[in-house]
Design a protein around this ligand. Structure first.
Ligand SMILES: *Cc1c(COP(=O)(O)O)cnc(C)c1O
Length: 442
């Protein structure tokens, strides 16, 4: 096989990838949905399996020549069931990513217009959990349950009550910006009590679930969806687990309902990732992710910052910037980015600002933990983040809508010469250089 042909074939694309490698190595990736896939899983995902059409499922394909493709897809399924302890469930490993996986579940098990209950989007729900700009929100009738206004955690009694009132066909749990553990057993019991299907979307926490650091939705939820590239740290893809009774509907909804040919190269990469997740080291990884998040949260709190729900029990946390004023998330995110610490701005529960200029930032520890960072590094990084927040969160968001984007541009430009940013960036680069990135340095 010809190796390393990209640099000679297409130096332009190769140079972009090299620049991105440098960025990933020299900075700190703290977006909690991101991680570093292993060199082995990337190799499988970049393999010649890319070239094969395999519409259908193992043993019943619409194309010939699929003996080896069947092997790899079946291996991925077997490993998925084993890794999650999901005996008795069927798993479909073909969804291209988390969003189409969720849509396939809704379209497969419900009729357009049916009622789905999910967490309000500004409180930690996902785009595909009923946002009006997403197909989910356009095709189905969503009823949102809120977090408890004071504790900012799930209120299971309120969810039960709402379920009895609105009689949904499906109740969704599992979130994108929620720092606390979810009681999937309770959520499934609520769904059962009103005759609804229970669905858990564990996209963010699936690595923690496999590692035993977060309660599992198995064997409680009827359907479980997950991405493969967040705490699970594989190639970008998704899986749908379901109880046997839903098997046919789910498989039909994915193919031919939503998709044509599956991405078997990705499925091979996911199989490699699941093989890694089945090793004892992965348990240690998951536990360290949560330990690191806990230390990072404690550091931020001790620096006087406020966290949504007062802390974290998972891999992520949300800094509530409301004490500085509404709409400060963008400025803080830009300042951290200038210091090469990547996080993302996000709404906080009952955010007084608008979604594009929200009042919080979301950050987490999966990628840094993959690089081998531990408690000591989290304390240091937490102190840097707190210094940046306190330096820049006081910049007001202009009241006038039309002045906002220019204000952010001016602010970002001024960061280039800022002494606090320069000082912290140097320290970030020095720290990062000591920790290899799997897939780059392997
Ligand atoms: C990330 C995420 C998704 C969507 O995954 P994509 O691969 O980005 O489409 C769905 N649900 C939740 C809860 C997520 O966090």
């Amino acid at each position: 096989m010809i190796k390393h042909s990209l640099s000679s074939q297409d130096p332009e694309v190769d140079a972009i990838i090299e620049r991105e490698k440098k960025r990933q190595k020299e900075g700190l990736e703290m977006i909690p949905s991101e991680n570093y896939a292993s060199a082995a899983s990337l190799e499988a995902a970049g393999s010649i399996l890319n070239d094969k059409y395999a519409e259908g499922y193992p043993g019943r394909r619409y194309y010939s020549g699929n003996i080896h493709i069947d092997e790899v897809e079946r291996l991925c399924q077997t490993r998925a069931i084993k890794a999650f302890g999901a005996e008795g469930y069927h798993v479909n490993v073909q969804p291209y990513s988390g969003s189409p996986a969720n849509l396939a579940v809704y379209l497969g098990l419900l009729k357009p217009g049916d009622t789905i209950m999910s967490l309000r989007l500004d409180q930690g729900g996902h785009l595909t959990h009923g946002s009006p700009v997403n197909a989910s929100g356009k095709l189905f009738s969503f009823v949102f349950y809120p977090l408890n206004a004071e504790t900012e955690v799930l209120d299971y009694e309120a969810i039960q009550k709402l379920a009895e009132e609105c009689k949904p066909q499906l109740i969704l749990s599992g979130f994108t910006a929620y720092p606390r553990k979810v009681d999937f057993e309770k959520m499934a019991a609520i769904a059962k009590s009103v005759g609804a299907i229970s669905m858990a979307d564990i996209s963010h926490i699936s690595g923690l679930v496999i590692g035993g650091s977060h309660p599992s939705p198995f064997p409680f939820a009827d359907v479980v969806t997950t991405t493969t590239h967040k705490t699970l740290r594989g190639p970008r893809g998704a899986m749908i687990f379901c109880k046997e009774e839903f098997r046919e509907k789910i498989d039909k909804a994915v193919f031919p309902g939503m998709q044509g040919g599956p991405h078997e190269h990705t499925i091979a990469g996911v199989a490699v990732t699941l093989g890694e997740a089945l090793r004892p080291e992965f348990k240690e990884y998951a536990a360290q992710v949560v330990k690191n998040a806990s230390v990072l949260a404690q550091t931020l709190l001790s620096q006087g910052l406020k966290l949504v729900s007062g802390g974290t029990e998972t891999h992520l946390m949300l800094i509530d910037l409301r004490p500085f004023g509404p709409g400060r998330g963008v400025f803080v995110t830009k300042a951290l980015e200038a210091a090469e610490i990547n996080v993302n701005f996000t709404t906080v529960p009952n955010d007084p600002s608008v979604p594009f200029y929200p009042s919080g930032i979301r950050l987490g520890t999966p990628a840094l933990t993959t690089r081998g960072m531990k408690e000591k590094e989290m304390e240091v990084i937490g102190t840097w983040i707190a210094e940046i927040v306190k330096t820049f969160a006081n910049v007001p968001l202009p009241e006038e809508k039309e002045k906002r984007s220019q204000a952010v541009k001016d602010f970002t430009k001024a960061l280039e010469e800022n002494e606090v940013v320069k000082k912290i960036r140097e320290r970030v680069n020095a720290l990062a250089s000591k920790f290899p990135v799997p897939g780059i340095d392997a």
